[in-house]
Design a protein around this ligand. Structure first.
Ligand code: CMP
Length: 140
């Protein structure tokens, strides 16, 4: 089925100037970028986004990292988009990410891991509406 997923190009990848290379991977895989903006998150916006991780030991570092520089938030649309994007990203820990994945190629650590992608269609719906109004999404 055609799905949408929320993608975030994280501060480490923006700082490395690989926004275009990452977008090319989405496009080559047949995912359409149907919404996109660059934003500098504050503690409230980043903490709210990762609210499910609030009690985890890495939460503070995660929010600190995600607010350390601009990010690119985007909506990807395509067949099986949630899983397709997770395959492109590779494992959360870049040390465990398969060769040729975004995280294997561009990420340095489990915190600075280049990209975020929704883990289910339910998360995707919630995460997309957290960042985008309906009229900001441009289906093709
Ligand atoms: P992301 O997919 O954005 O969702 C939560 C983030 O927390 C994750 O990517 C990692 O960058 C970060 N993180 C840091 N430590 C851990 C951990 N032990 N397990 C999962 N995620 C972690």
């Amino acid at each position: 089925a055609v799905e949408r997923t929320l993608s975030i190009i994280k501060p480490d990848a923006v700082a490395k100037n690989v926004i275009g290379e990452i977008n090319a991977r989405f496009e080559k895989a047949g995912l359409n970028i149907v919404a996109m903006k660059m934003v500098k998150l504050d503690d409230e916006k980043a903490g709210g986004f990762y609210a499910e991780h609030k009690e985890r030991p890495f939460f503070k570092d995660l929010v600190e990292f995600m607010t350390s520089g601009p990010v690119v938030v985007q909506v990807l649309e395509g067949e099986n988009a949630v899983m397709a994007n997770r395959d492109l990203m590779g494992a959360t820990n870049p040390q465990e990410a398969a060769a040729g994945t975004i995280r294997a190629d561009f990420a340095n650590s489990i915190d600075a891991n280049a990209v975020h992608g929704s883990d289910s269609t339910e998360s995707a719906a919630r995460e997309i509406s957290y960042f985008f109004a309906d009229e900001e999404i441009c289906p093709r």
